[in-house]
Design a protein around this ligand. Structure first.
Ligand SMILES: Cc1cc2nc3c(=O)[nH]c(=O)nc-3n(C[C@H](O)[C@H](O)[C@H](O)COP(=O)(O)OP(=O)(O)OC[C@H]3O[C@@H](n4cnc5c(N)ncnc54)[C@H](O)[C@@H]3O)c2cc1C
Ligand code: SF4
Length: 479
């Protein structure tokens, strides 16, 4: 089919994505409603204390869910809070943004019996929010500071959790981060409407008050090499996350107004933090009144479509090459996006970006699912003569992230990485091939979840403590 012969296809209705200002200011409440505080005790009392805590087993932190539900149901919130904090450094954050349908709540026995899960995440958030409100959450106080110090590269959830655990033990901690704010993707990736940034800032301020030093705008590799940093500390944790966007190289990829997801989300988050963002203010990264196409069906794609809705886009379409059942994004997020008027084009793959200097449409081809590939997932295959065109003013690519080339960036060719570019560690100790250098979070697992990053940070802290104690003992014997 020639390009000229192709008609603009308007698939389905013109998407009604206009939202009133009141609706938008209610954004957080809309999500938070599920967590309504007055329902927390009622929800907690629904737990059947079934004896086989599948919820706990499927929580990466193995949170003692049945016990803190029981304490909440009995109104013993201070004890519930202590229990919640004994396994999780950021309960209110996990309670808000964990994909509970795939973790704790998805494995609730009541859910399996068809009666709807106990809203575990919401209760966890309620417990921690109440603790903040009542002043029960206090900065770390140590009786005696140890001489040994740990340098942590990356102030995302993995780095912050490890820092907190080690500081509680008395170690000197410095966190280095190349951004101006700490929090990693909690600040600049996850959108405001899912996570109030105040909750992240509150956490990092608490760590500062507890004596942890933060060096922002400090990029390891540029400001110091890894070896130079190693000389300043007794142990190092690398928790740098994954940031290299996966690319889609199509004809027309160099047209204007095609953006990687993180550029779009960071601009929106910076705006939400009250900053002046030139490329948002001049309209370039603002979806308002535009026809938006988002490529990719993962969680980042869902965050982009829902951010575009909140910026009052004229229409928002999401292209995904497999079907709804095989979409990687959380089912809950997809349903939310559908309710908000996002149009999903399942089994659709972009083939070409069309426009003069700016993008004006995307040529899309239909796909069908073939035989399973090596990963066991059915492989999408193009349907011949199925192309159609979609008009657009802005395309956002949300195809996932890969690790940056850390050995090169850190000027440390000795650091071992896997064939995917993630850092190789000994999974029992979280140590890399370089003695005294540990790694945790997305840079080890590949793009994952906040709750797993926290788990890794905590595990790394245990190993780093053992390493430092051994080092001290050896030094004492040698002296
Ligand atoms: C758009 C988006 C939405 C997401 N939504 C969710 C969600 O709803 N729920 C969920 O559980 N997970 C979500 N995730 C995943 C989650 O954010 C990550 O799994 C988690 O943040 C990983 O934590 P981390 O500490 O390993 O890395 P990060 O959070 O990425 O933090 C790494 C830090 O290292 C710093 N850094 C990198 N290189 C250097 C260097 N050379 N020198 C100094 N500092 C450096 C970075 O600036 C950053 O602050 C989302 C991810 C994205 C991209
Ligand atoms: S940390 Fe996440 S998975 Fe674990 S109980 Fe809380 S919400 Fe559920």
């Amino acid at each position: 089919m020639s390009e000229k012969m192709l008609k603009f296809v308007n698939i389905g209705k013109k998407t009604p994505v206009k939202r009133s200002i009141e609706k938008r200011t209610e954004d957080f409440k809309e999500i938070y409603n599920r967590f309504a505080h007055d329902k927390a005790e009622e929800q907690s009392s629904r737990c059947s204390q079934c004896g086989v805590p599948f919820c706990q087993i499927h929580c990466p932190l193995q949170n003692n869910i049945p016990d803190w539900l029981k304490l909440t149901a009995e109104g013993r919130l201070q004890e519930a809070n202590e229990l919640a904090h004994s396994t999780n450094n950021m309960p209110e954050i996990c309670g808000s943004i964990c994909p509970q349908d795939r973790l704790c709540e998805g494995n609730c026995v009541i859910e399996s019996a068809g009666h709807g899960t106990v809203t575990i995440g919401s209760v966890e958030k309620y417990i921690a929010d109440t603790a903040w409100e009542k002043g029960w959450i206090k900065p770390i106080k140590i009786s005696k500071e140890k001489k040994q110090s740990v340098g942590i590269i990356g102030a995302g959830p993995a780095g912050l959790a490890c820092a907190e655990e080690l500081r509680k033990l008395g170690y000197k901690i410095t966190i280095y981060d190349r951004h101006d704010r700490s929090g990693g993707l909690l600040i600049y990736g996850i959108p405001n409407f899912k996570l109030e940034k105040i909750t992240v800032e509150r956490r990092t301020n608490l760590l500062k008050e507890g004596g942890i030093k933060f060096k922002q705008n400090f990029e390891v590799g540029r400001d110091l090499t890894l070896n130079q940093l190693k000389k300043k500390h007794d142990a190092i944790l690398i928790a740098t996350g994954v940031y290299k966007p996966r690319e889609i190289n199509l004809p027309g990829s160099d047209l204007k107004n095609i953006f990687p997801a993180m550029e779009f989300l960071t601009a929106s988050n910076r705006k939400g933090l009250g900053e002046k963002v030139e490329n948002f203010d001049n309209g370039m990264l603002n979806a308002e009144n535009k026809d938006i196409v988002i490529i990719g069906g993962g969680d980042t794609g869902m965050d982009c479509v829902r951010t575009a809705v909140r910026q009052n886009a004229k229409s928002v379409k999401c292209l995904y090459r497999r079907d709804k059942e095989n979409m990687p994004g959380s089912a809950r997020e997809v349903n939310n996006a559908e309710e908000e008027g996002v149009e999903f084009l399942w089994l659709s793959n972009p083939k070409k970006f069309i426009g003069k200097s700016k993008i004006s449409s995307v040529l899309v081809e239909r796909m069908k699912l073939g035989k399973p590939d090596s990963s066991g997932r059915k492989k999408p295959e193009p349907v011949s003569n199925s192309e159609f065109e979609i008009k657009t003013d802005m395309v956002i690519k949300a195809l996932g992230f890969d690790p940056e080339d850390l050995p090169k960036l850190f000027n440390c060719s000795d650091l071992s990485i896997s064939r995917w570019g993630t850092i190789k560690i000994d999974f029992k100790t979280m140590e890399t091939n370089l003695p005294g250098v540990f790694a945790a979070g997305d840079i080890v697992r590949g793009a994952s979840l906040v709750v797993w990053a926290i788990r890794d940070g905590r595990d790394a802290a245990i190993s780093i403590q053992k390493y430092l104690e051994n080092k001290l003992n050896k030094n004492e014997i040698a002296a």
